[in-house]
Design a protein around this ligand. Structure first.
Ligand code: SME
Length: 172
């Protein structure tokens, strides 16, 4: 049984070092995109304090479609350019939102969410989707989160075969 362990109360940089080591172990023998993104969503949700949603959207048929996540039921399709997720996808840049009410076009899947961070998943120049984390507290995420999550995304991208992740699935 794989146990997610992070040190309660440790500085964020320590939590991210611990998480990175665990992600690396978790993905060592598996390249399936669905399995790996499901486990990374679970690992982040268990390993980081103060989250109410952690998961993935994948670019399928030209829009972002909900992937593996932990949290409340979420909106299924997000147009590129819309909301925080669509903005990160369009810009191919991490978007940090300290107060979602001040982000024009923020899509409220869970009304408890107060702050958010979204990282694009880009492999070999191709946009695959995004990693989205939400918190019920204001200003939960900062540059330490952006850097720590980017390291996790880098390991995920390197160790996973995403060929099937962006094939259009069933339409609405
Ligand atoms: N808030 C996101 C939508 C996804 S949910 O938070 C899970 C956005 O504005 O793109």
């Amino acid at each position: 049984m794989f146990q997610v362990k992070t040190t309660a109360g440790a500085p964020k940089s320590v939590l991210y070092d611990e998480l990175l080591a665990q992600v690396t172990g978790l993905l060592a023998d598996e390249r399936d995109w669905l399995a790996n993104t499901a486990n990374v969503a679970a690992l982040i949700n268990q390993g980081l304090p103060g989250l109410n949603w952690a998961g993935f959207y994948f670019l399928r048929g030209g829009e972002l479609v909900l992937g593996p996540f932990q949290g409340k039921v979420a909106c299924v399709r997000i147009a590129v350019g819309r909301g925080v997720c669509g903005t990160a996808a369009q810009r191919r840049e991490t978007v940090l939102v300290p107060d979602v009410e001040k982000f024009p076009g923020h899509i409220a899947c869970d009304h408890a969410s107060r702050s958010e961070i979204v990282l694009p998943l880009v492999k070999e120049g191709q946009l695959l989707g995004v990693l989205d984390l939400d918190s019920p507290h204001l200003a939960t995420f900062d540059e330490t989160d952006a850097a720590g999550l980017q390291h996790i995304v880098n390991v995920l991208l390197e160790r996973t075969d995403f060929t099937a992740a962006t094939s259009p699935g069933g339409q609405r």
